[in-house]
Ligand binder design. Structure first.
Ligand code: ZN
Length: 145
């Protein structure tokens, strides 16, 4: 039996057992990007939060964000990549529904990515958690591809 080393796992534990925000990951696995909206003051947070930084309420609802956005900034990493990723890897901040979302761009040519480029949600499945539950990360791909 192998031992699971949490310290070397680069991905969040996304299941309901580990986080009250597990609905975010469940929705992401269904191809939906969502976040929390405060039931007290209506403020939408990014990233999703279990309580509101504005009014302190811990009551919230899930709201879907658009599945397209625009590249606000990006960088290309060619060496020292995280395990399981082939390079070059494009990290980007994508503006979606007024939020700036840190993510990776997939199926994109690093020499053709540009600020302002339209991109579409394309979540990627990463390593399962220690109990075999699927895990997902937000990712985008060029909208015209
Ligand atoms: Zn609030």
């Amino acid at each position: 039996m192998s031992t699971y080393f949490r310290a070397t796992d680069p991905f969040p534990l996304e299941s309901a057992e580990h986080t009250k925000l597990s609905a975010f990951w469940d929705r992401l696995g269904e191809g939906r990007l969502s976040t929390t909206e405060c039931a007290g003051c209506g403020r939408a947070a990014w990233p999703p939060r279990g309580f509101c930084a504005e009014c302190g309420s811990d009551q919230y609802r899930w709201v879907d964000l658009p599945d397209t956005g625009t590249v606000h900034a990006f960088t290309v990493q060619e060496a020292g990549l995280p395990a399981g990723f082939a390079g070059p890897l494009i990290f980007a901040i994508v503006t979606v529904g007024g939020h700036r979302i840190f993510c990776v761009l997939v199926d994109a040519d690093p020499t053709r990515v540009s600020v302002g480029q339209r991109v579409r949600l394309s979540p990627i499945r990463v390593a399962d958690d220690p109990k075999g539950n699927a895990r997902w990360l937000p990712a985008f791909t060029p909208a015209d591809a």
